[in-house]
Design a protein. Structure first.
Length: 382
């Protein structure tokens, strides 16, 4: 199971490390290895959230996610995206930006750093909306009940998450963006840039998330009809397979996953410049890390881990909220990538341990048989 799921990741790791040695010797090997670990640590919460969405898709779209999706993730976000932001911020063509990345790495890093406020605002707002919509939804299973119960009540107010996100954006533009961090330790007023980029991130979430929700609602209607058919089939001694997302519904969920992955990738791409400004080594290291994140997502789906450890999704979304806050703070202040990565790992680790304790308590109180039934019943609310 492990080899089947992570086989391509192992192969890409071997090829990437060999390419690094050929490109720049053992120093390059070390840099690529560090970048790979950095990407995995920063994106582990991404894998958990992706798994929650991917498990709703059928086998075909899961394969698309692992093939075409990884091409978008590796070449789009880890290679093309750094070039695009330089081209846009410096008002130059993409070919010129590529030449700059290959031939003048110091200037390239400077342009990326100067473009960070707009990147952080876009990604921060997108991730913040994901977090807010999660905590404002009333769920059967609650990890931090003392916090999630009152938030679920507040979530009954229409458009509350959008209002809060806009307030956060406005405050960020009036505070952090007024003294935005730039290359060389200088600061500049980027309030207008942050506002425009933040609104763009919010619009992107609303459009892509809205389309995904629309088709997911359509799926729920089909599932209701399917449930009725399943009950009828059981009465006749037959079995009916569970419907999974396909067609347009799966396409928009796939699109949502790619935008989500892009937002998660912002901190990894920017953080990579703290390790190296060589675009080739950056693409190799982050690409290897992205492969493991993809494989881990599929592994979580196939093993049913989210159903067994019901608080993992909560921990991942809290990590998303923390990352959104970190991105907005980094508009003005520098935060070490180790801190960013550790926050996600700690939150997910805590949610995993809480899930383990919950499962043990259920087994001890009800016995393995009834405990499993109860767990299955409760997990259906996730």
């Amino acid at each position: 199971m492990v080899l089947k799921t992570f086989g391509w990741s192992f192969a890409v790791t071997a090829l990437g490390l060999v390419a690094a040695v050929l490109f720049g010797g053992w120093t390059a090997f070390g840099i690529v290895a560090i970048l790979s670990v950095l990407e995995i640590s920063l994106s582990f919460d991404n894998a958990v959230v992706n798994a929650g969405i991917l498990k709703k898709m059928n086998a075909f779209w899961q394969k698309i996610f692992l093939t075409i999706g990884i091409l978008i993730a590796v070449f789009g976000m880890r290679l093309v995206f750094p070039v695009v932001i330089v081209a846009v911020s410096a008002s130059m063509g993409p070919i010129e930006a590529v030449k700059l990345a290959l031939n003048d790495k110091d200037q390239y890093q400077q342009l990326v750093t100067d473009a960070h406020p707009s990147i952080a605002a876009f990604g921060g707002m997108f991730l913040l909306m994901i977090f807010l919509d999660f905590v404002f939804e009333d769920r059967d299973i609650k990890w931090l009940g003392w916090l999630e119960r009152p938030l679920a009540k507040l979530g009954k107010i229409d458009m509350l998450s959008v209002c809060i996100a806009l307030v956060v954006l406005l405050v960020s533009a009036m505070t952090f963006a007024k003294n935005a961090h730039q290359h060389g330790g200088t600061h500049a007023d980027k309030a207008e840039t942050v506002l425009i980029s933040g609104v763009a991130g919010l619009i992107t979430y609303l459009v892509v998330g809205g389309l995904s929700s629309y088709f997911e609602n359509k799926l729920e209607e089909e599932e209701e009809r399917e449930h009725e058919a399943e009950e009828e089939a059981k009465a006749k001694g037959k079995q009916v397979s569970v419907i999974q997302l396909s067609g347009k519904a799966a396409f928009f969920m796939f699109l949502y996953l790619e935008v989500l992955d892009a937002s998660f990738s912002f901190d990894g791409v920017i953080g990579a410049f703290a390790v190296t400004n060589d675009i080739v080594l950056m693409a190799l290291g982050l690409g290897i890390g992205a492969m493991y994140v993809r494989s881990l997502t599929v592994y979580l789906v196939r093993q049913g881990t989210l159903d067994d450890y019901v608080y993992l999704e909560h921990g991942a979304h809290y990590a998303i909220g923390a990352l959104a806050a970190v991105l907005l703070i980094t508009i003005q202040y520098e935060i070490h990538e180790l801190i960013t990565g550790s926050i996600g790992v700690i939150l997910i680790g805590a949610s995993f341990w809480s899930s383990v304790r919950r499962n043990r308590a259920l087994a001890a109180a009800e016995g393995k048989g009834s405990g499993s039934d109860e767990k299955a019943e409760v997990s259906s609310g996730v």
